[in-house]
Design a protein around this ligand. Structure first.
Ligand code: ASP
Ligand code: MG
Length: 411
């Protein structure tokens, strides 16, 4: 008997028929003697619908109130899922995040989980229930409803698996696993049987939408066995997220050099031009941005010959206006000549643990882009990733030529 957390995304609960289908799958696992916790997203399109509704009332919705209303999407699907399970003769019980007590910080719309009280779930499981938990939502210490950021149900699933010390966390989605890149952009993209946790973390942080990044972080921290599967297939094996074996470097040599290519149009570039090149400048620029809880991704600072420096960084597109507003307020204080924003950018990243043992990957990437006349605006690297910022209109072209150059196609 195993304890399995199964998370179902929006398409898997997108209609009554699909919910019934989900319930049949759960019933099959239950019949094998497993204990099952189901985590569900809102019906596909529902979260967007709710956000748009909010914006019709308040163009920049108040974050606390937005959380109160968008959390209803998942409250609908937990009830429906429980009912579908009951219709199959199973004992089932649903809980909202706050009923479980998934306690988060108070960063509305992008809250982080602080703790999970798993007692109630465990009691129900031991009494033979399938427990159905609303993804994406929690509650802060003062009882305010919070949400975990778009795609946050994955994080709920993995966090619950960690808290319950589950044997496996299965993420059911509309694709049958993790691909070398998005097959909608590159039809030759290939499903990966397994991918290391570190690669998955990079891919998720670079824009692959298969798993929300926080879910991967959680899985890494608590060594949760994570598998991505299709909810439309009876018995696909999906993609298993594995942990690199530090003792066995040989096994890493068999890894392909590049495992995947991620891309996104989610970021905007902010340039703080002509600031005096002196200690404390980076802090004076980024401190207020961080205080506003705006996440910064890439950061580049150039040393100018004239004693001034240009400071460029990227934030989520949604945060650009806010970040520019904050910087305009401190512009005089930091002595910047000009502050500029550009949201017509895209980021393309190649990821692979095999990069560790191979040289020349960066030059191969840059040559491939140069041959297509694609200009690189920013570069950042880690041990297993090279990311570039380019004009957004070249994004798909860049992904296609890189996928080919690194021979990621189906064999
Ligand atoms: N319903 C939420 C969203 O669309 C959470 C999720 O689906 O994971 O972002
Ligand atoms: Mg999702």
């Amino acid at each position: 008997m195993a304890l399995i957390v199964q998370k179902y995304g929006g398409t898997s609960v997108g209609s009554p028929d699909r919910i019934k289908n989900l319930a049949r799958r759960v019933a099959r696992f239950k019949a094998l003697g497993h204990q099952i916790v189901v985590v569900v997203s809102a019906m596909s399109g529902e979260t967007n619908r709710l956000i748009n509704l909010a914006k019709e009332i308040m163009p920049e919705p108040d974050p606390r109130e937005l959380d109160v209303m968008v959390a209803t999407g998942e409250q609908v699907t937990i009830g429906l899922t429980s009912m579908a399970l009951m219709e199959l003769g199973l004992k089932a019980k649903s809980y909202t995040g706050s009923q479980v007590r998934i306690v988060t910080d108070n960063a509305h719309t992008k809250a982080r989980i602080l703790s999970i009280d798993e007692d109630r779930i465990r009691t129900d499981l031991n009494a033979g229930y399938v427990v159905v938990v609303a993804g994406f939502q929690g509650v802060d210490e003062n009882g305010n409803i919070t949400t975990l950021g778009r795609g946050g149900s994955d994080t709920t699933g993995v966090a619950l698996a960690a808290a319950l010390k589950a044997d496996e966390c299965q993420i059911y989605t509309d694709v049958d696993g993790v691909y070398t890149t998005d097959p909608r952009v590159v039809p030759e993209a290939r499903r990966l049987k397994s991918i290391t946790f570190e690669e998955m973390l990079e891919l998720a942080s670079q824009g692959s939408k298969v798993l929300q990044i926080r879910s991967v972080e959680f899985a890494g921290k608590y060594k949760v066995k994570l598998r991505v599967l299709s909810s439309f297939e009876e018995d696909g094996e999906g993609t298993l997220i594995t942990f690199e074996d530090p003792e066995n470097k040989d096994s890493n040599m068999e890894q392909p050099i590049i495992s995947g290519i991620a891309f996104n149009r989610d970021e905007a570039k902010i340039m703080v031009l002509g600031v005096p090149d002196k200690p404390g400048i980076a802090y004076q620029i980024l401190g207020p941005v961080a205080d506003a809880k705006i996440d910064v991704d890439m950061i580049i600072q150039n040393m100018g010959a004239d004693g001034t420096t240009d400071f460029t960084f990227t934030v989520h597109k949604n945060d650009m206006t806010k970040a520019l507003g904050i910087l305009n307020q401190v512009q005089a204080h930091i002595g910047a000549r000009e502050i500029r924003g550009d949201d017509k950018i895209a980021k393309v990243s190649i990821v692979g643990v095999g990069m560790r043992s191979h040289v020349g990957i960066a030059s191969q990437m840059f040559r491939t882009l140069a041959e297509e006349g694609i200009n690189i605006q920013m570069i950042s690297t880690s041990e297993i990733k090279i990311a570039v910022v380019i004009d957004e209109k070249y994004m798909e072209l860049a992904v296609r030529v890189l996928h080919k150059a690194f021979e990621l196609e189906e064999a």
